[in-house]
Design a protein around this ligand. Structure first.
Ligand SMILES: [Zn+2]
Length: 448
């Protein structure tokens, strides 16, 4: 008879070891190990296996293309970030800080999908069905084929799914759910793995699209384990917090499409909905303050005009502060060093703050030139005309480089009545915007 295998698992990070440990060597947590029973060991094995399936190689010309069928979530921006719509049988994690609007968005979407004749189940472990009903009234989501279930036991949820043909399932939230087969607390690694594994199985089995809500801690990770991200098909996160007018939903993983696109939402009295008039929402055309410069970034297929704000003020501490919101801090430090070195701007005695309006995070380098322009504008206390945009990547040696999609960016700027652009290279196409070439950062000084 084979010897019974013993396995322990850290309930914070998911590290498994054959020996019990008082302190986890991976995440440093104390007293976090529990012993896994045979069934749990099997789930661990299977979830690990799914990423390393062995199979024989097949000629590429003999492989059938996978066609992915999707249906609309009835929400324009959610469809966009999902890559075109909801894939039946898929498992999606939607994360964000508490209060950002995850529940209202999915309740609204649930109601809208229900009104197309599909059966939708909203499982809440956080609120009573009465509370959800109140909110559904406000969101106009009270549709006959939207079903509510207040339940935290996985077994009961699975029974409900067996009893009715559901197309769409919302779990609010993963942190409250628990499987009675497991003794560890809700939100722990073993629980989350077991629940996700079961949900994945039922999604594929019954071709139900499942959306799981996950709350994010202050440190920016899903409260409880990260393991969820590896197991699901699609991961979407809300950027920023609930204080912002616009909420950005960004894709981090998508088994059925690209993760390039973002979704832009706004909080209104009837909940979190697709934002309208996105093109003009990320900048204020009318303010004429120093420290503000406009640029155009690309978010997937969409050009978005952004306002970069800088505040340069004399520092009263030995270590001056450099802080960026929505922009990479290391890149800011690099740009500041460049300003000192190439433009001889003595910034060492100054605090520098950067803010990108609208709660968007810049993930490309095209905004470098606008960051420099905003810093110079604040430093010299001279406002920049809102007729001008800055687009260009700045290199370590101080030259400015062209970025992709310049024609698309300039055409968007033209649509928003911007007349001048400072760029690294003359664009190939006529865009109706007067361009000025700034191929070295030193040339930026001529503009002040
Ligand atoms: Zn650990």
């Amino acid at each position: 008879m084979a010897k019974k295998k013993i396995l322990f698992e850290c309930q914070h990070c998911g590290l498994t070891t054959p020996k019990w440990m008082g302190k986890c060597t991976s995440c440093g947590a104390w007293d976090s190990f529990i012993e896994l029973n045979e069934h749990q060991q099997e789930v661990v094995k299977q979830t690990k296996k799914s990423s390393s399936n062995s199979a024989k190689a097949i000629s590429i010309n003999k492989i059938k293309e996978e066609s992915v069928y999707r249906y609309s979530s009835q929400d324009k921006e959610l469809d966009m970030v999902l890559g075109g719509g909801i894939v039946p049988g898929s498992l999606t994690l939607i994360g964000g800080s508490p209060g950002v609007g995850k529940s209202t968005l999915l309740l609204k979407v649930g109601g809208d999908i229900a009104s197309t004749g599909k059966n939708v189940l909203y499982v809440t472990g956080e609120e009573s069905t009465g509370q959800i009903k109140l909110r559904a009234n406000r969101l106009n989501a009270n549709k006959d084929s939207l079903y509510l279930l207040s339940e935290i036991r996985l077994g009961q949820i699975l029974i409900e799914i067996q009893e009715r043909e559901y197309d769409f399932l919302i779990i609010d939230s993963i942190q409250t759910l628990y499987s009675e087969d497991i003794s560890s607390a809700p939100g722990s690694v073993t629980q989350v793995r077991q629940i996700t594994f079961e949900l994945m199985r039922i999604a594929k089995d019954k071709n139900i699209a499942i959306f799981i809500i996950g709350h994010i801690t202050k440190e920016g990770s899903i409260a409880g384990p990260r393991i969820l991200e590896h197991m699901v098909d699609t991961v979407l996160y809300f950027e920023g917090d609930s204080s912002q007018e616009l909420r950005i939903l960004r894709g981090f993983k998508n088994r059925f499409g690209s993760t390039n696109e973002i979704g832009v939402f706004e909080m209104r009295s009837d909940g979190l909905v697709s934002a309208t008039d996105i093109a003009s929402r990320f900048f204020n055309r009318n303010s004429q303050q120093s420290g503000s410069a406009l640029t155009v970034i690309m978010e997937g297929s969409r050009p978005i005009i952004l306002e970069v704000q800088a505040l340069v003020s004399e520092s009263h501490t030995p270590n001056s502060k450099r802080q960026a919101t929505g922009f990479d801090n290391n890149r800011l430090n690099m740009l500041l060093a460049l300003l000192e070195r190439k433009l001889e701007i003595p910034l060492s005695g100054y605090d520098v703050f950067i803010n990108i309006t609208g709660g968007i995070k810049i993930t490309e380098t095209s905004a470098d030139l606008a960051i420099l322009a905003a810093i110079l504008s604040s430093f010299r206390d001279r406002a920049i005309s809102k007729e001008t945009i800055f687009i260009g990547e700045v290199s370590l040696v101080g030259d400015v480089r062209d970025v992709y999609g310049m024609d698309v960016r300039l055409r968007e700027a033209k649509m928003q009545n911007i007349s001048k652009a400072l760029v690294a290279k003359k664009p190939l196409e006529k865009t109706g915007i007067k361009t000025f070439i700034v191929d070295e950062v030193t040339k930026l000084l001529e503009w002040y």
